[in-house]
Design a protein around this ligand. Sequence first.
Ligand code: NAD
Length: 302
Amino acid sequence: TDAQVAFIGLGHMGGPMAANLVKAGYSVTGFDVVPAALEAAAAAGVVVAESSAAAADGADVIITMLPAGKHVFAAFEGEGPGGGLLAAAKPGALFLECSTISVEDARAAHWMVANSGHRGLDAPVSGGVMGAEAGTLTFMVGGSEEDFAAGMPLFEVMGKRIVLCGGPGAGQAAKVCNNMILGVSMIAVSEAFVLGEKLGLTHQALYDVAANASGQCWALTTNCPVPGPVAASPANRDYQPGFAGALMAKDLGLAVEALNATGVDAVLGRSAEEIYREFALEGGAGTDFSGIINTIRAASDG
Ligand code: NAD
């Protein structure tokens, strides 16, 4: 815990992640462009800096947890208080880029970091705000084994499962592929429950069969889109997230970007992106993504 940490982006995820590093004994200096985020971080023991560059000054490790790729590039190279990280960091500083961004942007970010004389990993997470607060995130990491080992003590404070997926961009690649499975499978499970309703099947009966048969998946047995069978699923609390529809729409957008870049013929992945983009636009942005079942039911005749 003698590493000096700079934490840039103290929002829903970054705030609690930085707080856990403080609790573990790290000295953390943070910056966010939104004053309210800085105040909350200060209350959790983060030393607040006046700019990203000031936070990075002297830091051994620089963690970024920002909304999207353009914010990462702005933080690395942009002007003003929210920019200039690459120039301000000391030579050889380790960048842990934890935001969810495209594979292509992650690779570009890696080369920017390396060309500035630093070391970098893409390290997106899953587990949501609850996982960030509890320090139980999953980190999917891309980069070298040596840098992975250097980042491990910090990952272990913020997360529970930490997986090196391959070279630069491999962490984002793993996340985008996993979340494409999740988006497609939640739609599949929801369609099956609505069909079951029309066929006179109770939710519990379909659950009892599918959960123990070949339809088994996380969307069914952990995040079940109907209330009842799985007591802890968001459906039992009026679809409070959980995993918000806006984030599923965002992640599937990144999946489609990757599908287009690679030319993969993924009919269901593309369709899931359209379905969740519309869901987010039509009131589902702030609800759990399993609420898609209500859209499917409403669109069904009879
Ligand atoms: P958020 O919007 O709450 O936090 C992002 C923070 O970055 C904001 O406080 C914003 O002011 C700040 N910011 C933007 N530009 C900046 C700059 N140049 N310098 C300093 N700060 C800047 O978002 P979040 O929910 O914390 O998510 C962060 C990332 O994690 C996203 O990429 C998201 O997709 C991913 N993610 C989120 C969740 C979740 O459940 N919220 C789960 C997994 C992954």
